[in-house]
Structure formats: structure tokens, C-alpha cells
Design a protein around this ligand. Structure first.
Ligand code: GDP
Length: 205
């Protein structure tokens, strides 16, 4: 997928900071270091769009990007704050929820949430909570298994199936590598389907 435009729009610390509702939005969630920035950059074919992190906890905001794939439609990507750092405390987790929960529950133009997981590690409470929470909110989730270039050929199928089963999701995770670019087309196809569902629902309303 060729992306014509990808640009940073704004950051928001609370609902007052959200941009006015417009194009369908795709949000990205995952614990720190899972490969979230790299995935967003790879989807947009832009190197420094979402900053590749070095500092855990750096992103405590919702970051909105305007993304126009070739042939449209215009979208927004929303980079949700990372969660589940090694030293995360109850207060920090509550802060994450306070920031993300209103967005996920109230945003009419939210088409779906990409839940990024590293398939080499067992999903934790955060991943389970996120998926349960999206389900309860009636928000579509797309599970992406990141860094699959690190999986050996022979273990790959089993590892991805284990991730699917552990998360209790029906569809297999989208295997993705920002390094080899594997899976980007498949993910784009899923995102465009989600976006079309939201645009369609909005028409004539
Ligand atoms: P974030 O904290 O979730 O935004 O993660 P980053 O995108 O900053 O990536 C964390 C680390 O994983 C960085 O060192 C990246 O270079 C590396 N990384 C990200 N995606 C991939 C991938 O697909 N393959 C490999 N091998 N490394 C990756």
C-alpha cells in the first residue's frame, strides 16, 4: 500500500484535546517495546513518523496522525500510550485507563484497535484486559503478532497459534515484521475494511 500523506496532527492529554471527529480512526495499542512505533512507521512508509521509542513512558498522550493511502480514503492513526512497563504500578495503569478509556468508549469515528503482541512472550494481564475491554465496548480488535522475523520457521505456526489461543480470539493474529515488511499488506487490508464499516455507518445519518 502506497501512502500519499502521513503527518502528525496533534497530541491530546484529555478529551478536550482530541481533534474534531472526521475520518475513520485506527488506534494502535501495545506494551512498550512491542514494536508499535515501527509498525506505524512501516504502514506509512515513513521513518520517523511515530518516534521509535527508547524511553519507556515517554508517550503519555494520545497522538493523532493524518494518513492518506493511495486511492483513499483518508484515515487517522491514533497512537495510544504504551502500557505494561516492567515497573508499572497501579497508579500508572489507572492513568493509562483514564486516558484511553474515554477515547475507546466515546469516539464515534473509532473504526478499530490494533492490539500489538510480541508472539515470543506469553500475553500478560494488560493484553487480556485490553481485548476484553474492547469486546465489552463493541470495538473491533485486530491482533498483530510483531517481529515475526525473529521466529524460526519451524516454531512459527505453533507460536502464532499459541498466541491466538492464549488471547482467546477467533481470528489468527496478523503476522507482521516492520523489518522485512511481511504482513503490511494484510494489515492494510484489514484496516481498510474496518474503516469502510465506519464510513458506511455514518452515511445518511
Ligand atoms: P514501541 O515501544 O512499541 O513503539 O516499539 P519500537 O517500534 O520502538 O520497537 C522496539 C524495538 O524493537 C526497537 O529496537 C525496534 O528496532 C525493534 N523492532 C520493532 N519492530 C521490529 C521487527 O519487526 N523486527 C525486529 N527484528 N525488530 C523490531
Amino acid at each position: 500500500m502506497e501512502v500519499v500523506t502521513a503527518e502528525f496532527l496533534t497530541s491530546a492529554a484529555d478529551p478536550a484535546g482530541w481533534p474534531a471527529e472526521g475520518p475513520p480512526e485506527i488506534a494502535f495499542a501495545g506494551r512498550s517495546n512491542v514494536g508499535k512505533s515501527s509498525t506505524i512507521n512501516a504502514l506509512c512508509a515513513r521513518r520517523g513518523l511515530a518516534l521509535v521509542s527508547g524511553t519507556p513512558g515517554k508517550t503519555r498522550l494520545l497522538n493523532f496522525f493524518r494518513v492518506v493511502p493511495h486511492g483513499g480514503p483518508e484515515l487517522r492513526f491514533v497512537d495510544l500510550p504504551g502500557y505494561g512497563y516492567a515497573k508499572v504500578g497501579k497508579a500508572e495503569r489507572a492513568a493509562f485507563q483514564a486516558l484511553v478509556e474515554p477515547y475507546v468508549s466515546q469516539r464515534a469515528t473509532l473504526a478499530g484497535v490494533v492490539a500489538l503482541c510480541d508472539p515470543r512472550r506469553e500475553p500478560g494481564e494488560e493484553e487480556h484486559d485490553l481485548l476484553e475491554w474492547l469486546e465489552a465496548a463493541g470495538r473491533p480488535a485486530v491482533v498483530v503478532a510483531t517481529k515475526v522475523d525473529k521466529l524460526a520457521r519451524h516454531e512459527r505456526k505453533l507460536t502464532l497459534e499459541r498466541l491466538r489461543a492464549s488471547l482467546g480470539v477467533r481470528r489468527p493474529p496478523v503476522p507482521l515484521s516492520a523489518t522485512t515488511r511481511e504482513g503490511l499488506d494484510q494489515l492494510w487490508a484489514r484496516l481498510l475494511t474496518l474503516a469502510a464499516a465506519v464510513s458506511g455507518a455514518g452515511e445518511g445519518a
